[in-house]
Design a protein around this ligand. Structure first.
Ligand code: PMP
Length: 386
């Protein structure tokens, strides 16, 4: 058996060998991508190759890809008031966000608190389309609904959301950070106006992200202004190595086609059936909703996530409680709260997420750790009816 089982891929994925090679190649190149000399042109080429690879991953146009330092920044750029179809056209002045968004979207970008409203989700974690229609009331708004949730893996009906938003004259931003390699993404079929991606969630290095936009969509006042890089949408000398690695990771996903999806799906099935066989009262959140094939969010009546995560860690298994961004703070997950999960149950939520290089033995290590942990952690605890 391997030393440890890393089962926290939604927090950060393992660096792909192709990404590592691209990072090293870029690190050895001198030159500023904005310089006109040969050295500058060489690193510019690395950025443009990556731009093409990111565009191909989501079947978008490379000219509409803007690199940022990560998905948090891409989300902040997407949620800037002022995105318009044509220069001078009035842009939506209010923002609607689903209740299960990542904190970087819930923060509301450049919109004032009083200009942001929340779209509720149902008990399966899926956005309530009627509530969305009511909130829009035929008036344009910028709407942000993620493609798949980082904590539960639950997939949103994005193209239906897009239709509703567009009928009201609004625009749709989609945080698709958790989707690549797990489900196919077609930017045009989703009919999103803006779409966010992150390098380290797909096997690229940390420190790069991208915002993909629909043709013609234009922002008068970008977040970071200065040297005019990234077609004026994101000033600052590009992190060429991170961007090159991001692009190589995207290309590797496309090369693998659907094999990664099948691989993680088979392992997740093994994990969930083993979990329920060991502890039949375990609850898998969103089990009957469409979910990413690599994510399991579960609990057991009486379980405390903080203690369980430490127990797993000591047993050589890396999992997380709720989302990694909020771990360290003992707060029930806002995602499970929005789904109406009892706060006592939500306190015990554990997220297990797997990836392209996860092995059967990693799942076995998890299951044997859970069998032992559940015996000790649940002993003597009042079991609440599930
Ligand atoms: N959106 C989602 C859905 C995420 O899971 C994350 C990372 N936890 C982010 C945005 C932020 O990504 P980054 O780490 O690249 O800033």
């Amino acid at each position: 058996m391997t030393e440890r089982a890393y089962l926290d891929w939604n927090a950060s994925a393992l660096l792909r060998p192709q990404a590592r090679a691209a990072v090293l190649e870029a690190l050895d190149c001198v030159g500023n991508p904005s310089s006109v000399h040969a050295e500058g042109r060489k690193v510019r080429q690395l950025i443009e190759r990556a731009r093409g690879q990111i565009a191909a991953l989501v079947a978008a146009d490379a000219a509409n890809v803007t690199f940022t330092c990560g998905a948090t920044e891409a989300n902040a750029l997407a949620l800037s008031p002022g995105w318009a179809r044509k220069p001078g056209q009035t842009a939506p002045d209010r923002l609607l966000v689903s209740a299960v968004e990542h904190p970087s979207v819930l923060a509301g970008g450049g919109f004032g608190r009083d200009r942001v409203a929340t779209i509720p989700v149902d008990r399966q974690g899926v956005v309530d389309l009627d509530a969305l229609r009511t909130l829009l009331a035929g008036q344009p708004a910028l709407v942000s609904v993620m493609l798949a949730n980082n904590e539960t893996g639950i997939i949103q009906p994005v193209s239906e959301v897009a239709q509703i938003v567009h009928e009201a004259g609004g625009q749709l931003h989609v945080d698709a950070v958790q989707a690549p390699g797990r489900i196919a993404i077609d930017f045009n079929a989703l009919d999103a106006d803006l779409l966010t991606l992150s390098s380290h969630k797909i096997g690229g290095p940390k420190g790069a992200g991208a915002l993909v936009r629909k043709d013609g969509l234009h922002l008068a006042n970008p977040l970071i202004r200065g040297g005019g890089q990234e077609r004026g949408l994101r000033a600052g000398t590009e992190d060429v190595a991170a961007i090159a690695g991001f692009g190589a990771a995207a290309a590797a996903i496309l090369d693998a086609k659907s094999t990664e999806t099948d691989h993680v799906g088979r392992l997740r099935e093994r994990l969930e059936s083993g979990l329920l066989a060991a502890t039949p009262n375990a609850i898998i959140f969103g089990a009957s909703a469409g979910r990413l094939p690599n994510t399991t969010s579960f609990t057991h009546p009486g379980l405390r996530a903080e203690t369980a995560v430490i127990g797993f860690d000591l047993a050589g298994v890396a999992v997380s409680s709720g989302s990694a961004c909020s771990s360290g703070k003992v707060q029930p997950s806002h995602v499970l709260g929005a789904m109406g999960v009892d706060p006592l149950l939500a306190r015990g939520a554990i997220r297990v997420s797997i990836g392209y290089s996860t092995k059967d033995e990693d799942i076995e290590r998890f299951l044997s750790a859970w069998t032992k942990l559940s015996e000790s952690l649940l002993k003597g605890r009042t079991v609440i009816a599930a």
